[in-house]
Design a protein around this ligand. Structure first.
Ligand code: 5GP
Ligand code: ZN
Length: 123
């Protein structure tokens, strides 16, 4: 997709703050973070929306979600447990789909939003 901003980020034609990359996915920090930690995981292959995915995409979607815990931990918003068993940390995972879903960039992306509260988490 020649006009897609996220394809241009994948192609390194537009700079981004990359937090993870493999053959299938790129993860980079959101340019307008809603919280102390806010990054996006995208498939390198251009898929416009979640609505365009089919059962054939199930593997890709699963692998994208499965990347989240490791990257969230690395970015400082994973779950931690103190000696008394109290859990802290955490994050939201979000895929906006279409106009009513608030999607602005039409290349599938998974938001990971976290870090110490308070932050504007209601997107
Ligand atoms: P959407 O509303 O489509 O779910 O989210 C798109 C996200 O992409 C927004 O949070 C926005 O800040 C982010 N974004 C848009 N353009 C760029 C860009 O050029 N670079 C980066 N790093 N993030 C972007
Ligand atoms: Zn794209």
């Amino acid at each position: 997709m020649s006009n897609c901003i996220f394809c241009k980020i994948v192609a390194k034609q537009i700079p981004s703050s990359v937090v993870y990359e493999d053959e299938e996915f790129l993860a980079f920090k959101d340019i307008n973070p809603a919280a102390p930690v806010h990054f996006l995981i995208i498939p390198k292959q251009h898929v416009e929306t979640l609505a365009q995915t089919t059962p054939e995409h199930a593997g890709m979607l699963g692998r994208m979600l499965a990347l989240t815990p490791k990257l969230a931990q690395e970015q400082g918003c994973g779950l931690t447990q103190d000696i008394d068993g109290n859990v802290s940390g955490g994050y939201k995972t979000l895929i906006n789909t279409g106009p009513d879903g608030g999607q602005e960039v039409y290349h599938l992306h998974l938001h990971v939003i976290g870090g110490p509260q308070p932050w504007r988490g209601q997107r």
